[in-house]
Write a new protein. Sequence first.
Length: 503
Amino acid sequence: MCEDTHGIGRRALIVTGAATALTLGSVSFAAADGQDQGSQETATVSGTLPPGCPDFVYVPVEVPAGVRELKVSYTYDRPSVPAGTTGNALDIGLFDQHGTELGGKGFRGWSGGARTEFFVRADDATPGYIPGPVHAGTWYVALGPYTVAPQGLSYELTITLTYGEPGTPVRPVYPPSRAKGRGRDWYRGDCHLHSWYSDGRRTPAEIAALARAAGLDFINSSEHNTHSAHPHWADQAGDDLLIMLGEEVTTRNGHVVALGTDPGTFVDWRYRARDNRFGHFAHQIHKAGGLVVPAHPHATCVGCAWKFGFGDADAVEVWNGPYTPDDEVALAAWDATLVASVRNNRQWLPGMGNSDAHRDPDAVGSPQTVVLADDLSREAIQAGLRAGRSYIAESKNVTLSFTATGGRGERAGIGERLAVAADSTVTVRLDASGVPRCTVRFITDEGVLLTSDPLPVTGSGVVEWQTTPQYAAYVRAEIRHETAAGPIPGALAALTNPIFLGR
């Protein structure tokens, strides 16, 4: 049983085998009649959430008419815990009079644990929250007890209403879905980035400047569990930089990047794998024109590992930020999906890499996905990513060309199929630059079948290898640093999506 010693009342909820929510007693204010313009009312409530409490706890707030602004601040205790035990972490957000039902009709913002206070009103809102009128009705402060210490989690909420005429609502303006581009070409992008509209510390302007400095042609806005940043990118886009809009849907069973959704699309995150809800929201992402990309699927942080499966995914993030052991696991697991795709003759899942940059010293564009697209537009970039016509590079300094050629001049590139007979001789060739002293590996469905000598200190080189489709159903390339360099021995400098061999 989960109980809360809320200052307004007490509710109890039996936690079953699925993600649940607890709604507490209401917080009420006086009617607006007689309230002066600019006058305020404040209520403070407190409670304690025990271990095993539901994922989401809602505090109803009865908002009277005539309110101009709603402001919430909160604190919670952080007691010492035994080694190896999680302490307290409490997320927070807001839903309006439309309610808290899954789907987010009433969603007005989420800051997770990044802020201790927020406000909303018609003409403005705290980053992470959606501006709009504060209509009368039952609003809900949403608490997300991310982790709870053995002693429980004690919190205090302060809710302040400011009365007066509502401001003029803000009309959102979004970045264009197309930039000038260079026609059919290789374009560099970073599709997993965080600004101060969730738990990042950079402004959109700072991120856009860093993206340009990193040689990027496109980026994707991907704030945790909010679309509030979407209108704030329009003045950062340009002929040289396509800015797509999305969200990092941050559930308790893994994170997924909604990549390039329609402006203003919100995707709910309040479910676990056992609730069998993810397919519905993956469909919502697709319906909104976006791609479904599970992020850092083998990350070790609480709630970060991906547990929804890959049946709805369009690509998967196999390299997230500085290359670490969990990326190595993600890469090996992804390679196993390629083997299964070959065995079952089914659609394969492309890999991609993103920085997941939040703040200094996180490097925007490291890594970056380089995609072959017909032009620099949302649709063309997504088509290239979905087809796997892409490779991942640690920086703008790395450039690759990876091809397979048959004996009669047949030719295929990254993400394509070389349709030749099973016993035909195939020449695989990698041209690389910007990778000094790195080693090239060619990996097939059997494993690593070629490891080159280190490339010259100039960073440029060519590696060739011959095989047949009956020996190698696919070939992909990895370029790795010397074992003494990088954050882990043999860290990646670049890798490609596969070329498939045979009819």
